[in-house]
Design a protein around this ligand. Sequence first.
Ligand SMILES: [Zn+2]
Length: 376
Amino acid sequence: MSAGTGGTERADSTDSTDSPDYEAALQAFAGVSGGPGHQAPDPVNVPMIRHWVEAMGDDNPVYLDDAAAREAGFPSIVAPPSMLQAWIMRGLKVSREVEAARAAGAPTGDSPSDRVMTLLDEGGYTSVVATNCDQRYLRPLVPGDLLSVESVIESVSPQKTTGLGVGRFLTNRLDFTDQHGELVATMRFRILKFRPRLPTGADDGTRTEPEEPPAPQKTSGRPLRPRPALTQDNRFFFEGTRRGELLIQRCADCGTLRHPPRPACGTCRSFAWDTVRSSGRGTVYSFVVNHHPQVPAFDYPLTVALVELEEGTRLVANVAGFAPGEMVIGVPVRASFEAFDDELTLPVFRPDGDGDGHPDPDGHRVDPAQAQPRSE
Ligand SMILES: [Zn+2]
């Protein structure tokens, strides 16, 4: 498999900021079984295949038509190879139990996989992003096959400097075997555990230095909200929210507004941009109420809205002040700013009682005419 992240990776670890003891403790996990495996709850079966291909819009006849499958050289109907993981998923009940334990702050387990993650957390590598998934299929799966899966911690990389921050790549391999114990597929899943950069400090070109902002600290026993991955393009937004300003990126050439922030204008392709301060007023364009899975830093049920600002751009944000079931599409809302911790302030949209477009009492309003209407 190939490495897809971290263009400035270095193979040596001599300039690691971690102690040799820590490095050795991490490397002791390489090649170790991740923990007990488990068997699929159901054998490969036609009803699950049928639902999958319908959901995916895959009309290849070899997945449901036995004659077509035989004509194509298969022994019978075969399962779509990319269904591999679906066969060994343990179901909603177990997932809920794990999430509930996590939300309660309980240790999630003591397998080597759990322990290497804990060790990385303790080293300050508290953020995580998936970087690669590589599946290999050794033979087609047919109805009646009963899979089992076991995991191996393949490697923990030396400390790397990446665009997201200083981190370590953790590669797990899942081995899928059939009812005869034969290997039928493998999946390598690679994540980057990294030290999040905090939105403090000047944007002075030192962003890729292996400086270690301290890991987010828990306040009142509760984990902090995830940090945004700051870039040159989105930093203004989070700096603005800390000052109580909702800023929208604006093309400096054609005036088109855009959100989320990105380097170039989709209308005229210009890289030049400035920002305009939003009135914070808008309407709910769409929303979801999230019940599951539950992440400890958030309160549930968690309503997340897509708000259409009166300037024309839309943004995804939390809402507050609505009773359960009260949220409806089109309801007027206005941005307030909530400091979730010392580093992170985000807009939270609340009901806009009058919705009359008059300036709000604390003057957080600009004339929408200052902003060009969005044309994307
Ligand atoms: Zn433009």
